[in-house]
Design a protein around this ligand. Structure first.
Ligand SMILES: [Zn+2]
Length: 147
């Protein structure tokens, strides 16, 4: 017996850096990212898990306000205060701003928005994505993939 899922994608641009990374990701750089929010549940009278527009509207507003065209940095990164002092918008994440941590954060945002979210994937670039999802036992877990 299968289950129905419906997913919507949201495109956004952000900048970040990974403090302590051995490669070029330790420097400020940006991504044109795609967030994919997948919901699961029984079909309604119209034969839908949830309207794609509902997924998008509930999450896009938050992404536009907090992440799009902003720097997403670890709140422990000293650049947070420096950029804010210069008037730059910074989203201070509770940990390194990897695609994995962005996926986990957006999962909580979608859940708090009342969506029956089961997985969030963040495509940092065409061949690289990380996900955070509800496990079969009801807990949540993260994962990554790259090609
Ligand atoms: Zn990056």
């Amino acid at each position: 017996m299968g289950v129905h899922r419906a997913a919507a994608t949201i495109h956004f641009c952000y900048g970040h850096r990974l403090v302590g990374h051995a490669g070029p990701c330790r420097h400020l750089h940006g991504h044109n990212a795609v967030a994919e929010i997948a919901c699961e549940g029984p079909l309604d009278a119209l034969g839908m898990v949830i309207d794609f527009a509902t997924i998008k509207s509930r999450v896009r507003t938050w992404v536009d306000e907090h992440w799009d065209h902003k720097m997403i940095l670890d709140r422990a990164d000293p650049l947070v205060e420096r950029l804010r002092a210069d008037g730059e918008p910074v989203f201070a994440l509770a940990g390194p701003p990897t695609a994995e941590n962005l996926a986990a954060h957006l999962f909580a945002v979608a859940r708090d928005a009342g969506l029956p979210v089961v997985r969030v994937r963040i495509w940092e670039s065409d061949g690289s994505c990380a996900s955070y999802e509800r496990a079969s036992d009801g807990t949540t877990r993260g994962g990554g993939a790259s090609s």
